[in-house]
Design a protein around this ligand. Sequence first.
Ligand code: MG
Length: 379
Amino acid sequence: MKISKIETFVLSDQLNESFFFSQWSYSERQICIVKITANNGLCGWGEGYGPATIIEAGIKHLVPLLIDRNPLEQETLWFDMYRKTLDFARRGVLAASISALDIALWDLKGKILGQSVSVLLGGRHRERVMPYATGLYFSDSHQLAEDLAKEASTYVKQGFKAIKMKVGFSIAADLENVKAVRAVIGKECKLMVDSNHAYSLREAAELARLIEPYDISWFEEPISPEFYDQYRQLRSKTSIPIAGGECEYLRYGHHQLLKNDCVDILQIDICSAGGLTEAKRIAALASTYGTEIIPHTWGTGIAFHAAMHFITNLEPIPGRLYPPEFYIEYDRTENGIREALTHPSIKMEDGYIKVPRTPGLGIQVDEDVVRHFSLRQTI
Ligand code: MG
């Protein structure tokens, strides 16, 4: 068995309405996906998280390391890719290129062996995962709090039991928005906030104090990912659990968050932290600290299903007869590529999504859709 071909695609779609968060505005979706084909004709798909054209260039740089190699030996392939990029890209976007290739290798392995990725990761601790809705971004609206409340109530009507909203606009606006959203979603629905590292330690502590009465399940990326010590200090100043990790790479980066007591919830992104091979190692590392993992998930059905298989394989720590819920992030912002690219479409039933049992990631990628969005490529 040999890898015979690797193709990359940068997909692009203009949004009908742009939206923004504390760092920048989105008016377009750009996503890099990769297809690895073996000499028996089977193929696997992967996706990188980050700047799509740079991820694509990184994949092209790595392709010669993989051609004619056995796709089932993904740990040795992973190490060769890591070793060849270590000197100039220890933690950064090339890890996303490795991630995309690694996810495609797991999908391919599953198809070759006729097993789902979650079974190949070691088994399934659960058959379904609870999605939380990610949305509630900022707009130029003069009645933002009201708009956010309206949007939040549609998620509740759709059956979501947990919702994450953006903060990081200003402390006063954040408080008003959180109040408005909590008022419409009721007491039962979980509510999380994410500032995308908008605040200083002082500001984050102030916002946490002000929103504590609104039962916040976690405060995500309150401060810059560079300040490990400030994360630890913030945890001692608030009862709200602190989450972060979407800007970290590889087990070495995530180990910094763990050993510095930065987070209650570690949010690795499988499409940038090193793929499923490295995510499994990060999970083992996190388990030694007793730290919960809820991955950061953003992109198409490829990224979503990679996360689903990973989550279903996560050990329930602590073990008990009635284990806690395991969550997956489900981005609800406009994304034409995500909606059309993979089949079957993602279905939520009774507030849960079932993890596929079919081989590989359990999805088909529609190559007509790949071509359609590739046509709009801007480079
Ligand atoms: Mg986030």
